[in-house]
Write a protein that binds this ligand. Structure first.
Ligand code: G1P
Length: 838
């Protein structure tokens, strides 16, 4: 952070112990940190003490890179990308930093002195669960790629004290436990109280005339909250660039109200502190109706205002005015959660920096870009005017003015089309009035993108059609990607080694080089070793499953995996219908020859989402019955692994044979799990939805198990009046399966337990499971047959890995940089006394 008063200029000589990368230095540093930071003697140190000492040892090695990066950016006055996201699901830092620094082996040796294995210390790290799923994890992959590609960037978000809840399973039901990720401290972050900013809430506005006779507005808030930044360095892979993830914690400006204290109101004296700190207290789970949740709007405005004020402060340190703000900052809105930023930047420019409206609007529109992540109408954010106006009165005025000017322009284009005007308006006036956040984002941004080709097409045709008609040039597609550093190198060292042995290590930064593996697909020895590796990874997961949930699974069975948030559109229950179908067949014909399978599920349901929770219960109930049925003889196993998170993902993706990507066509914006599976050699069974379509294009139709209706067919069926009962009555096997579930067979005779789920499918079926059922079952039979021919299966798996180059987040980020952000890489040169990455 720039500090203009600073006159203290001298080269900082850092002891080798803090920067050296050889085993001996790391060993010394580790002992040193154990003693002087953890305050522990080696013989009394717990595993966690050792983890903390190691984390500090590695952080030391990031800091010079990080500070040099920030200094270079300031000196060169670079153009910077700011990724505004209410969620960053970064996952554990330690292993990734070791890989990116290139010191895994040295550290492994240094740690061995403690009598522990490095892997045990890595496992000790509590992951920051600051996200729900795909959206937050995408933000984290993008930070990794931005640093690796040496792009100046800051990730701005919220430092939730409690992240996504931990999940336990009691009697088959999900139970939510508070996530206390900070309880033992977070060695990766650095607090910067000196860079704190203030954010206003509530109150009213008034107009006044300034000293130059200009008419202005001023916001007299009800209360003011302080935002304190906590910075985490994000190091790129084998480069010196370490960008910042800056997360805001809310605090009271004055933590103690002496006035109230002196009046004897002891509790009231800390009231303000409690309220202020609540803002960054807890992450909201997805799929909860949010309209009434004022605190959520407070969170959004809080972090957005803090971040924009921070950018302005940095900008004014290097530039005389904010006239060039949009030339130096490109701000990406990760979904609508930060879209209030459009109005906030207007407020800061007009009220605080005294710009006129038109100039402020020009800067604002040229600063922001917006990524949409969902087609589900219920997930498009809108805030009741009553709440919005009360909490953010000045922002409300500004939004009215933006809307007024916008609609005036529209009236010229569509003079007699009132319907169009009300469809485009930022304010929804059809019933109770709402602010439509997606509309604000569209109007206030220079670019709008979807996250997969189909998704972008559907945005243009459907959800944002009216905006597309108005400004088609703003729309583009940016298919998601994931970072191979975390999702292959860190989570699958065996596969990494096998690949690198054949094609060198360039693929880690240039994933398209994986194509080189195609040369080995006919090499029998290579396929043998491929299978051995997969088996070993599956055996590891089998051990873990046994330890975690006490179920024994056989690594030679087909591992059929579905891990993701539990949601009806993702159709975990379609997967269950397949399992029950197989079970039912085996019961009728115990000698039936089927490919033995282990079905593995993981995922959290929103605490208030009844149907999602019932699906978890159903999976566990089916698992229990099958497990206790001796006639099945281990041919089917069902496992629900609790508490799906990044760490668990890293364990399960490498072990999968089959990846379930079975959402209703047109519902899953992209998916990113689909990419992680396929990169690790799983084959996909999937619908033509989201990025599945592009994965299939890349790997080849013959290497992908496709089933189900297309989006057009889904739309057409809906339009024609979809009736799931037709399927129920005409498909005997389907009926038997649904009846078995409805009968209480899996619920100890309680026929009411799963009734809501079964009835929902028979009478409503909004996600069209019954329409896709037969096609899914047939396709699964093909999977079973294919798996029996292990040679053939290995070929398909190798080809999947070889052709996944497109889905590196490096490719996505390059496209954002070239087509939306227009930013260039900036090389970071370390001072001579710092040892370069190994
Ligand atoms: C959401 C979308 C998903 C997309 C992801 C990142 O993830 O639903 O399709 O891949 O954003 O763009 P979710 O939060 O559902 O996991």
């Amino acid at each position: 952070d720039p500090s203009p008063e600073s006159t203290f200029v001298c080269p900082i000589i850092i002891e080798d112990d803090r920067t050296g990368l050889d085993t001996e230095t790391i060993r010394r540093a580790l002992r040193d940190n154990l003693l002087y930071i953890q305050g522990k003697l080696p013989e009394l140190a717990s595993k966690n003490d050792l983890y903390m000492a190691l984390a500090y040892t590695i952080r030391d090695r990031l800091l010079q890179r990080w500070l040099t990066t920030q200094q270079t950016y300031l000196k060169k006055d670079v153009r910077t990308v700011c990724y505004l996201s209410a969620e960053f699901l970064v996952g554990p830092h330690l292993a990734n930093n070791l890989i990116n620094l290139g010191i895994y082996e040295q550290v492994q040796k240094a740690v061995s002195e403690s009598g522990l294995k490095l892997e045990e210390l890595i496992a000790q790290e509590e992951e920051p669960g600051l996200g729900n799923g795909g959206l937050g994890r995408l933000a984290a992959c993008y930070l990794d790629s931005l640093s690796t590609l040496e792009i100046p960037a800051i990730g701005y978000g919220i430092r939730y004290e409690f992240g996504i809840f931990d999940q336990e399973i009691h009697d088959g039901w999900q139970v939510e436990i508070t996530d206390k990720w900070l309880q033992y401290g977070n060695p990766w972050e650095i607090a910067r109280p000196e860079a704190g900013v203030e954010v206003k809430f509530g109150g009213y506005t008034e107009s006044y005339t300034d000293e130059n006779g200009n008419y202005r507005s001023r916001w007299i808030p009800d209360y003011v909250v302080k935002g304190i930044p906590y910075d985490t360095p994000i190091l790129g892979y084998r480069v010196n660039t370490a960008n910042t993830m800056r997360l805001w914690k809310s605090e009271a400006c004055e933590s103690f109200d002496f006035g109230r204290f002196n009046r004897g109101d002891y509790y009231g004296a800390v009231d303000n502190k409690v309220h202020s700190e609540n803002i960054s207290k807890v992450l909201y789970p997805n799929d909860e109706p949010i309209q009434g949740k004022e605190l959520r709007l407070e969170q959004q405005y809080f972090f957005v205002s803090c971040s924009l004020q921070d950018m302005i402060r940095i900008h004014l340190h290097e530039n005389p005015s904010l006239n060039s703000f949009h030339q130096k900052w490109s701000v990406q809105l990760n979904d609508t959660h930060p879209s209030v930023g459009v109005a906030e930047l207007m407020r800061l420019l007009i009220d605080v920096h005294h710009f006129d409206w038109d100039k402020a609007w020009f800067i604002t529109q040229n600063t922001f870009a917006y990524t949409n992540h969902t087609l589900l109408p219920e997930a498009l954010e809108k805030w009741p005017l009553s709440i919005f106006g009360r909490l953010l009165p000045r922002l409300m005025e500004i939004i009215y003015e933006i809307n007024h000017r916008f609609l005036d322009k529209i009236r010229i284009i569509y003079p007699h089309d009132d319907g169009k005007i009300s469809r485009l308006s930022i304010i929804d006036e059809s019933g109770e009035k709402y602010v439509r956040m997606a509309h604000l984002a569209c109007v206030g941004s220079q670019a709008i993108n979807g996250v997969a080709a189909l998704h972008t097409e559907l945005l243009k045709k459907d959800v944002l059609r009216n905006f597309y008609e108005l400004f088609p040039e703003k729309f583009s597609n940016k298919t998601n990607g994931v970072t191979p550093r975390r999702w292959i190198v860190s989570s699958n060292p065996r596969l990494t080694f096998a690949i690198t042995e054949k094609i060198g290590e360039n693929w880690i930064k240039h994933l398209e080089d994986l194509r080189g593996l195609e040369n080995y697909v006919d090499d029998g020895e290579f396929r043998d070793s491929w299978r051995r590796i997969k088996y070993d990874i599956k055996a590891d997961l089998a051990n873990y499953i046994d330890k975690k949930v006490g179920i024994k699974v056989d690594p030679s069975t087909l591992f059929d995996v579905q891990v993701k948030r539990i949601h009806e559109y993702k159709r975990q229950h379609l997967n269950v219908l397949h399992i029950v179908t197989l079970y039912h067949r085996l019961k009728n014909n115990p000698n039936l020859d089927i490919t033995p399978r282990t079905f593995i599920f993981g995922g959290k349901a929103a605490p208030g989402y009844f149907m999602a929770k019932l699906i978890i219960k159903l999976i566990n109930s089916v698992a229990e019955v099958i497990d206790n049925d001796p006639t099945i003889g281990g041919r089917l196993k069902v496992v629900f692994l609790p508490d799906y998170n990044v760490t668990f993902g890293q364990r399960v993706y490498p072990a999968a044979d089959l990846s379930e990507q079975i959402s209703t066509a047109g519902k899953e914006a992209s998916g990113t799990g689909n990419m992680k599976f396929s990169m690790n050699g799983a084959l996909t069974i999937g619908t033509l939805d989201g990025a599945n379509i592009e994965i299939r294009e890349e790997v080849g139709a013959e290497n992908f198990f496709l089933f189900g209706l297309t989006t057009e067919e889904v739309y057409a069926k809906k339009a024609a009046g979809y009736n799931p009962q037709e399927y129920y009555y005409h498909n005997e096997e389907l009926r038997a399966v649904l009846d078995l579930i409805g009968s209480g067979f899996f619920s100890r005779g309680d026929s009411s337990l799963f009734r809501p789920l079964v009835d929902n499918l028979i009478y409503d079926d909004p996600y069209m499971l019954l329409a896709d059922y037969q096609s899914y079952i047939d396709c699964q039979e093909g999977v079973g047959r294919a798996y029996k021919d292990q040679e053939h299966w290995s070929r398909l798996a190798i080809l999947n890995v070889a052709r996944m180059g497109k889905f590196s987040s490096d490719r996505s980020i390059r496209q954002y940089c070239e087509e939306i952000w227009r930013v260039q890489p900036v090389k970071i040169e370390l001072p001579d006394y710092i040892q370069a990455n190994a």
